[in-house]
Ligand binder design. Sequence first.
Ligand code: PEP
Ligand code: MG
Length: 391
Amino acid sequence: MKISDINIRIVKDSRNKDTLEAVLRSGDFEASASVPAGKSKGKFETTTLEPSLVLSKFETIKNQILNKDFPTVWEFDGFLISTDGTKEKSNLGGNLILVLSIAFTKLLAKSENLQCFQLISKILGKTPRKFPYLYFNLIGGGLHAKDSLPFQEYILVTKFPSPAKGLEYAKNCFEKLQEDIEKNFGEVRLGDEGALTIKSDDPRVGLQVLNRNATGPEVSLALDVAASTFFENRIYNLRGKIKSSDDLLSYYNLLATSYPLLSIEDPFSEDDKDGFIKIVANLGEKIWIIADDLTVTNPDLINKAQKEKAATGVIIKPNQIGSVTETLEAIKLAQSYNWKVIISHRSGETMDSFIADLAYGVEADGLKSGAPTQEVRLAKYNRLIEIERNF
Ligand code: PEP
Ligand code: MG
């Protein structure tokens, strides 16, 4: 496909921070993309450059892109990755490469008269038949919410075959939680992802409140502990309550017997691989042990973690690795290990709903897109519902 025009501009994300939007054209077709930003980031994520700097970098490659013909996403991404020439994409910026890569994928799909998810599933040789479980972060803490709980995300997982049913359940549950928290903890505020906050230092409180408002066979609970964010000098500092890696493991064993936990994400720090290995050995048969900071959507790190039995599933965030094709490679690899694959948004989001097409197209096990309150989060859940209704 030959691209006839490209425009990149700076737009605001949900935290009112600058980010990039790209609009690509090919003949009569047009597609746009915008990229999110994380706050509790893994150490080995690709480089995000200042959007204003990216604009000038882009000018240096724009004509080269317009002069070439790219038959596939592999060729397009390959060109950008080799032009950048660094492992961490620090030359052009992972954010520039990804925004172009997503817009190109959408444009190619349109030019082939396909939905974006159809192009993705065609690339992977799949026929999608099931919707992912929906991961709604309903109670937030950690770096995403000041004056709230120490763990980052207390998640309602809806397992209905229909995403419309899942979203309806989550909206009702959110309202019940809001009343419960107002009554029992006073003031209710929202964190970065639109999740409710609770003024408490006790990590268990989030699970207690969520559990009493979310019952039934079609729902489970999940945690994103984001433990790298409170790992200091090789100990876990939970608001002054010091825990060793083994203490934290015993704590998770206790939580696992008290609550219907489907998965725990980042139970240990990315610098505490032993913690991951121990929890897989202890709880891996019962609960999905999901790596995020540890693997950062990077096929090499996923491969390493699998060899060491350090996880049984993985969070996939396209902007951790910085291109669509590398994201697909990471997913393919994880699925070849029979790992669970959860596609995720970032805490600073845009209206782009690419990750919903990605989740459906690869038959992911989960889609994590925050609380059903902010437009940027709903855009992803609603895109799944659109797919459910129309295809
Ligand atoms: C996460 O840790 O899974 C997350 C979505 O947070 P952030 O985007 O801030 O890294
Ligand atoms: Mg995480």
